[in-house]
Design a binder for this molecule. Sequence first.
Ligand code: TTP
Ligand code: MG
Length: 599
Amino acid sequence: MAVAPSRNDRRIILHLDYDCFYASVFEVEQPVLKTLPLAVQQKQIVVTCNYEARRRGLRKLQLIKEAKQICPDVVIVLGEDLSKFRDASKDIFRYIRSFVWGERVERLGFDELFLDVTEMIAYNVDLLNRHDLEHSFFHLDRLEPTVGFTYDATRVCGSTYPAGPDTTFGTAPSATADEDASELRTRLLVASHLAAYLRGQLEHHKGYTATVGISTSKLLAKLVGSTHKPNNQTTLLPPYATTDRAAPTNVVDFLDAHEIRKIPGIGSKLTQKLTKYLTEGSALVSDTATNPDRVTVRDVRLLPGMGPSLLDRILGGPGAPRDIGARVWGLLNGVDNTEVIQTGDLPTQISIEDSYGRLDTLDGVRRELISLTGSLLRRMRTDLTEEDNGSDSVTDLSSETSRHPGLSKVRWLARPRTLRLSTRPRSTTDGAHALHIGRISRSAPLPGYVFHVDENVDALAERLVHDQLLSMFRKLHPERSGWNLRLMNVAVTNMVEAAGDQKQSSGRDIGKMFQSQGSRRRDAFTEPETASESGPLNLQHGEALRPVYFPAAPPVVNDAWEESDGEDTTMACVACAVCGALIPHFARDAHEVFHLASD
Ligand code: TTP
Ligand code: MG
């Protein structure tokens, strides 16, 4: 069954993923580390390692113990304090954003960006001189004709899918002979040079390398980018659609080999349902019966009778959106209309959390709450204030808009109104079954004194814990004992921007602003079954594992990029059969190793 091409297939989208990001942050600080095998540790796990370490057999999400055995001279650095990653991430985001017209850049987690460069590419394609393509000039600024770079528009820059030498401008193979494909080919070709330029500038000016995918949607750009890593780029070449329904397109060819669980938007539950249907049925296309974890897009796509209605029957049910079949069928065919949502400069909420082996006393809770709250208040000062060097517009010298001793004034750019405490009690066992208990939360107004920047953060943290958080905790856990927590999260939400002069401004509710963005954003790559109230397994202090996509409408609005620092209630997870913990897909292997090691 054919699929209507995406209404947005005239867009040009780039996806950037920085290479071994956390490790690179350390390398940029200390370039000597580049030549050594370097691993970043959080808890007992290597969250990432540089490519020298990978060359020697280390990999992401490996146990530290194992990494040391494989590579005894590995240099291990602690990555539990996320501030440096956050700062680097913001800096890179702003730098890249400065190139993109209309600032159409969406930040996903700390190390991924989507860029909608449709307008820049259309402008530059219009200006191509078809008689001298070899000496083309890419205009980065419409008003400054000399700002830009020269490039050779006779060929695509970097790797392509499909691979091969046939990437020359104007010599499209017969399947792409129709006008649309050749026009798309030109736009992708020009975009490939922009991608190369951005990667070069990023490396030269900031010291980071990135892997880039170039296509017409977020889904395809992300997937194609990951085919050549690191420090590389891949363009998904046309044809994307054919008039002949039986003829394969490059999009279908490309997607077919992917495991369904690797397709953003097809989360663990959908994967489970599809796998069950395939393995229970007799209509298997490949050997998925022996390897149900490896069901591919092709396996599903080529099932007899496959299409939106059959998918509706397989995937539908209570809680599933009505268009689930059509949506998943679209994804399997590479159709993704989700927009690049411009990421703002301010977070909609900030949260800090940690996970615990055993936390079952009030004293321990108080201590941990003070530590989490201290980190949270420091984050608020970093992310929500700016120095104001004597601007007349800031006249409020109250303690909320204050001076660092001997320095310029500090001003709050936004003030959260709500304080939220969440906990996740450890699962209990009921006979043979592990009972999974989700995250539970309590909110209260955030007292104004937290904005007093003259006051010592640790003293403020203690005050907030005693004034507010302990009583919120008691409401969540009225019993004095008998509970044991795996996780606590302290958050400030309901952000109100303090625009301009704080005395005059009533403030703009950016929470609302982002909420509407968020609801659109959650449409992206949607998995219909809401991940339960529980967040993902947390391996590290203060940050849920890197967010992947944003499936389903979550119980808690959590849509800003800063939320990568806190809970991500929407990540696609699988339940561990041993301990019941919810594990993000990409961490499952590491988690299994963890059980094996501790057994
Ligand atoms: P990734 O992009 O998955 O990894 P990476 O950038 O380190 O390596 P690659 O070259 O393969 O892209 O994740 C980005 C950062 O997120 C990574 O540097 C460390 C952090 N991270 C976690 O904190 N927990 C995790 O489970 C993973 C996978 C990553
Ligand atoms: Mg990366």
